[in-house]
Ligand binder design. Structure first.
Ligand SMILES: [Fe+2]
Ligand SMILES: [Fe+2]
Length: 301
C-alpha cells in the first residue's frame, strides 16, 4: 500500500499540524516577494543537493530523494511509453469507481475518451518522463543555501490560502487548521471569485510552487502542461478526493478540469514508482537526453 498514512508514525501528522498552523496568507506573500531566482545552478548539482533532504511528510521514503525521481521517470517510461501504451489509456480508468460516480455528467461526457485523443494538441509526450525525474527538486528549499525553510513550507500536500479550508485535506478531522490565525472557516470563497482558476489562487508555499517558478524563470522548452504538473502535483485535495469530496471545485476553471486527467496520469506514476521492484534499472541516457532537449545544463534558482 502506498501513501499509507495509517501507520506512518507521528512525524507526518506533526508536519501537517505545523503546516496548518503556520502557513498563513501573509507569510506566503512575504516568502514569495523574497524569491529572486538569481542563482544559476547546474541541474545535475541540484540532484546531489536534493539527496541531502529528508522529507518526513513522505510515508514511504526509505531512499535518497533523487532515487524517487529516477523511479518516477522510469515508471512513466515503462507504463506509458512502452508499445505506445499512452494512446490506449482511458481517462475513466484514472479515476476510482467512487470518484467517477460522483463526477458531474458534464465531466463524464468530457472525459469519455483516451488520453491521447483528449490532449490531441500534444504531439510529443517525452517531457512527461523528464517531469517524473525533476518534479520534486524544489524540496531543496529546506537546505540553508535555498533559504533553509521549515519543512511545512516545503513538502507535503498543498491547498489554497485566503478561503475556507476544505474537508478533503488530510487530517481535516483533527481540526489543526483551527490553530491558524487566518480565518479559514467562515470566509467561504474569501478573496477569490467562483471559477477563477487555480492559477489565480494563492496556494500554500511549497516545493511545487517554487520549482514551477524555477522552470518558468529558466526559459525551458517545456510545454505549459509540464509546468502545470509540477505546480499542482501535491494538490491532493483536488486531484485525489478524500471522503468522497473533491476540494476547492468552486475555484476550478475550464483549464483546471482540462488538466485534471494529466495530473492523475502523473500522480499514478509518482505514487506507484515507490515499489522497490524497479531497483536501479534506470535509463540514464534517455534522462540526460531529455534534460538537454528541454532544459539544458543550467537552471535559475
Ligand atoms: Fe512532490
Ligand atoms: Fe514525488
Amino acid at each position: 500500500m502506498f501513501r499509507n498514512y495509517e501507520n506512518c508514525g507521528d512525524n507526518v501528522e506533526l508536519l501537517y499540524k505545523n503546516m496548518y498552523k503556520n502557513q498563513t496568507l501573509k507569510k506566503k506573500m512575504i516568502i514569495k516577494s523574497k524569491l529572486k531566482f538569481d542563482k544559476k545552478y547546474k541541474i545535475k548539482d541540484v540532484f546531489d543537493l536534493l539527496n541531502k533532504v529528508v522529507d518526513s511528510s513522505d510515508p514511504d521514503a526509505d531512499f535518497p530523494q533523487i532515487f524517487h525521481g529516477y523511479q518516477t521517470a522510469q515508471a512513466i517510461k515503462d507504463n506509458y511509453f512502452e508499445s505506445n501504451r499512452l494512446k490506449d489509456i482511458k481517462i475513466m480508468d484514472l479515476f476510482t469507481n467512487e470518484e467517477w460516480f460522483l463526477l458531474d455528467n458534464e465531466y463524464k461526457i468530457l472525459y469519455d475518451t483516451t488520453i491521447d485523443k483528449f490532449y490531441g494538441n500534444i504531439e510529443c509526450w517525452d517531457w512527461l518522463i523528464l517531469i517524473g525525474l525533476i518534479h520534486d527538486l524544489g524540496k531543496v528549499l529546506v537546505l540553508e543555501e535555498f533559504g533553509g525553510y521549515d519543512e511545512w513550507f516545503s513538502v507535503g500536500d498543498i491547498y489554497p490560502l485566503g478561503c475556507n479550508f476544505s474537508k478533503s485535506n488530510i487530517y481535516y478531522d483533527k481540526k489543526y487548521h483551527k490553530l491558524c490565525c487566518d480565518d479559514n472557516e467562515t470566509i467561504g470563497l474569501g478573496m477569490y471569485k467562483k471559477g477563477c482558476g487555480f492559477d489565480n489562487v494563492e496556494m500554500t508555499f511549497s516545493h511545487d510552487y517554487y520549482f514551477a517558478e524555477v522552470l518558468k524563470k529558466s526559459n525551458t522548452k517545456l510545454p505549459e502542461e509540464a509546468i502545470y504538473i509540477v505546480q499542482y502535483h501535491s494538490f491532493y485535495a483536488w486531484h485525489s478526493p478524500r471522503n468522497n469530496i473533491r476540494g476547492y471545485v468552486e475555484f476550478s476553471s475550464k483549464k483546471d478540469w482540462n488538466m485534471l486527467p494529466m495530473l492523475k496520469l502523473f500522480q499514478k506514476a509518482d505514487l506507484y514508482s515507490k515499489k522497490d521492484d524497479l531497483n536501479d534499472r534506470f535509463d540514464y541516457e534517455l534522462f540526460d537526453n531529455l534534460i538537454d532537449k528541454y532544459i539544458g545544463e543550467f537552471i535559475q534558482m
